[in-house]
Design a protein around this ligand. Sequence first.
Ligand code: ADP
Length: 337
Amino acid sequence: MAADDYDRMLPEELQSAAELEFESSLRPRTLDEFVGQQKVRTQLDLLLRAAKLDGRAPDHILLAGPPGLGKTTLAMIVAEETGNALRLTSGPALQNAGDLAAVLSSMVEGEVLFIDEIHRMARTAEEMLYLAMEDFRIDIMVGKGAGAQSVPLELPRFTVVGATTRAGLLPAPLRDRFGFTAHLEFYDDAELERVLHRTANLLAVDAAPESLAEIGRRSRGTPRIANRLFRRVRDWALVHNTDVDVAAARAALELYDVDARGLDRLDREVLRALIQRFGGGPVGVRTLAVTVGEEADTVESVVEPFLVRTGLIARTQRGRIATPAAYEHLGVQMPDL
Ligand code: ADP
């Protein structure tokens, strides 16, 4: 698998510093600058404006959807639009209640606490978070052994913005404590073209509109991937001393194994395994993940939603099946039933 494919799926802490800097330089800073997701933007706008009129911190917000659709960006926008600081942490960093207590006990009135991958936090931290979100207090254990005592600590009002790629994995009590859940959808081609247009402007690259449309179509409905592919295309044009045009876009994308429908190598491996090893299914996602040697979580939260959305696989009660379009895409004869 190409390094880029891995990059796409890595948690932020494992992405390269250059990559993170590139992403952060492109992040929209306000809701107006944020492209697409019209419904979510209107919902968030209302929530933020009402809180401002009431003079209180906005309700807690849960952002659900596949990686790269703008969850972190929206958390930053919530902080920016309310004029407050943002604190960042993640589920995997909260391995016990003490980790969370350390963050919460230093929160300042109105601050926004962004918890990425919130479905991966430890159970004990989760229980502390329930209380903090609902009553703005926590109980801290002081001392050890028989002399240990639970001491209540009042917290200032703040807003939790949780992000998850797997909303279904969140326990109901935690889900219920969010006043609003935004489900981010994959972006359509026109929206991705707008994202790329903005990126080209910010990077001062003169790109032909058709090249941006071509990149957008092959970006798996995901702004992060669109921006990354844009960079590869720009590299290609630079090295070959050509314009950023459709020919450059096609050549660069082919080089990086992104096919005409935007599938990358892992997408195709999963599809091929489904068709060639399991006769087109039905088969469970976890089995597919093992077959291609990939984390089940990656296949479930990154590959499967995209392949379902493009109509190449379908979910059934007994597992996933390949659709006729999948056979056609891979150029494989569909068996007679
Ligand atoms: P997530 O947290 O969902 O994985 P991010 O918020 O980190 O996604 O977004 C990834 C990249 O995509 C960022 O660089 C951001 O600039 C860009 N991006 C995401 N959503 C949008 C959008 N709606 N408009 C413009 N750029 C976006």
